[in-house]
Structure formats: C-alpha cells, structure tokens
Design a protein. Sequence first.
Length: 109
Amino acid sequence: MTAERICTTDELETNQAYRVVLGETPIAVVKDESGTVHAIGDLCTHGDISLAEGFVEDDAIECWAHGSMFSLKTGKPLSLPAYEPVPVFVVTVDADGVVYIDPTQTIAV
C-alpha cells in the first residue's frame, strides 16, 4: 500500500486528535504545538478504546477511559495501566501542507 492523502495541516487543530481508518488500520492523527503531525495506532493497548477521543498534551495522548498516556513520537506508554506500545506510522507532509500516511510503514523505536 502506498501513502494515502489524509488532509492538510491547516485542517488539523493543534493538540486535537482525529481518527482515520486506512484499510483496516485505525490511526490517531495529531498536530502538536510545534506544527509536527504525528500518526499513531488509535487503539489503546490496555483496552480497545479510541485514543483519538482522548486528550493531547505536549507530546503525549491520554486514553480517556483509563488514563494511560502514550508518546506521540515513540508510541510507548508513559503511564499505567497500559504497558504495550502503540504503532507509530510514517507521516509525510508535502510543500503544500498535504498530509500523507502509509499504514504499512511504521517507525521503529
């Protein structure tokens, strides 16, 4: 699969997560305070809860149901009860600010 067009950076609110599904892969897309766009697996590893419905602060997203926080950069859990990471996907932003994500390409951390 190749990278798919998601949106433009102007369409993303800062520190607000958006859920997209590419193929069968749910992904939470977030533009942080510095303008960097992140894409992580949308399901909390503690329970099948959408992370896009959670809260974004600094470089982390918090699961609204149980409070687990995950790094937007690495996908690693920053707090319990989750102890397994979520995948982090490669994001490409072109010169026009168009955001592309390939759900088959993850970042190894």
